[in-house]
Design a binder for this molecule. Structure first.
Ligand code: NCD
Ligand code: ZN
Length: 356
């Protein structure tokens, strides 16, 4: 593409993040400002320890998040509830009716970080989906099977066949988001399915394939779940993101873990991308010659799917190569030795968010 034809700046309707991990405690205080400075709203994942399984814990968590939002910034955390084998339909109804639960999250048990209390048998919680379909509470899915005899690179595709297909058939009016898709099977499935099925796509799955985890050694910074797949899948995700299909939209899955929890013999899964998430998506759309489709992907398709109004304020990106810092220190005196490694650490990006 002729770089000279590119604008020097682009102004977009302010985006939202439809999948983020804000954690708790000191990490929360550090990461919330990154998300709140770029995104007007965010769907907040409930996989704390213990997880968010009640209206009260969601309200208290929301308050802790709001306390960490910098002065003068408007940011709305949209709370989710964590589905377990035992959670009741009544809790879901209460949470939805009170305007607190924006969605419910299904983690197959032991599929990812803090999913030990997740669902052991999806069919056994079908009565919950019946309620959700009736009250209009969207179902957000971590779409991986956990059978140890299924290869880790096949877990998403097998989930679609074995769990998702029958679920969608049984609940035709249930709004479903297949989160952080990583495969061409997911792209094909979601792209040709019903309009109340959507998928979020992360910046990292658009940039890296599975080689990144092994480049010159074991690179835990690039380990996340679902794990990055072959190049063919990354290319399918890029095509989906820039396709202009409303069923594919932003969800960063920014998932911070302290450096010492990543760099250990059993490192945590998760990539922390919130400091530069929008710039990271812009890089992809730029490379694909599709910057004119960025706004719909980051700011329009998500709210439309969730039935929420579009944001009215805007954000500007300027074309300016800048290098991403190697680490972000924790915003707390007592743990200042701790750090988070951001996605793209040490690398250049071509677009920068203009801040006052
Ligand atoms: C997430 C986390 O750390 O909470 N990790 C990740 O690799 N994406 C959980 C998740 O979304 O799977
Ligand atoms: Zn996640």
């Amino acid at each position: 593409m002729d770089e000279n034809l590119l604008p020097e700046r682009i102004t977009l309707r302010q985006p939202d993040d439809w999948h983020v991990h804000l954690r708790d405690g000191d990490v929360l205080k550090t990461v919330v400002p990154y998300t709140a400075r770029t995104f007007r709203r965010a769907i907040v994942m409930p996989n704390l320890s213990p997880p968010i399984t009640s209206l009260r814990s969601a309200i208290e968590y929301r308050d802790r998040i709001l306390t960490a939002v910098p002065m003068g910034i408007e940011f709305t955390p949209l709370m989710t509830v964590y589905l377990t084998d035992n959670i009741s339909s009544k809790i879901l109804e209460e949470g939805k009716n009170s305007g607190v639960f924006a969605a419910a999250k299904l983690y197959p048990a032991n599929s990812t970080t803090n999913s030990g209390m997740g669902v052991t048998n999806v069919k056994a919680i079908y009565p919950l989906f019946e309620t959700m379909e009736r009250i209009g509470l969207p179902l957000l899915i971590h779409g991986e099977v956990t059978d140890l005899d299924v290869d880790i690179f096949d877990r998403e595709a097998v989930f679609i066949d074995k769990i998702l297909q029958p679920l969608l058939k049984k609940f035709p009016s249930l709004r479903v988001v297949l989160e952080h898709i990583t495969t061409e099977q997911a792209v094909d499935f979601v792209g040709t399915n019903r309009c109340n099925l959507a998928a979020t796509i992360t910046p990292h799955h658009l940039h890296i394939n599975r080689n990144a985890m092994f480049l010159g050694g074991l690179r835990s910074d690039f380990y996340c779940l679902p794990v990055a797949k072959r190049e063919r899948h990354r290319l399918a995700l890029r095509r989906a993101a820039v396709s202009g299909k409303p069923c594919f939209f932003i969800g960063t899955d920014s998932a911070p873990h302290l450096r010492n929890a990543k760099e250990t013999s059993c490192g945590c899964a998760g990539i922390f991308n919130s400091p530069n998430a929008l710039e990271s998506y812009a890089e992809v759309f730029h490379q694909e010659g599709a910057l004119q489709r960025l706004e719909a992907f980051v700011s329009e398709y998500g709210p439309s799917f969730y039935g929420l109004p579009l944001n009215t304020n805007s954000i500007t990106l300027v074309r300016e190569t800048h290098f991403i810092p190697q680490s972000c220190q924790l915003d707390s005196d007592k743990q200042s030795a701790e750090s988070l490694v951001p996605f793209h650490a040490g690398e250049p990006l071509s677009w920068r968010v203009l801040r006052d």
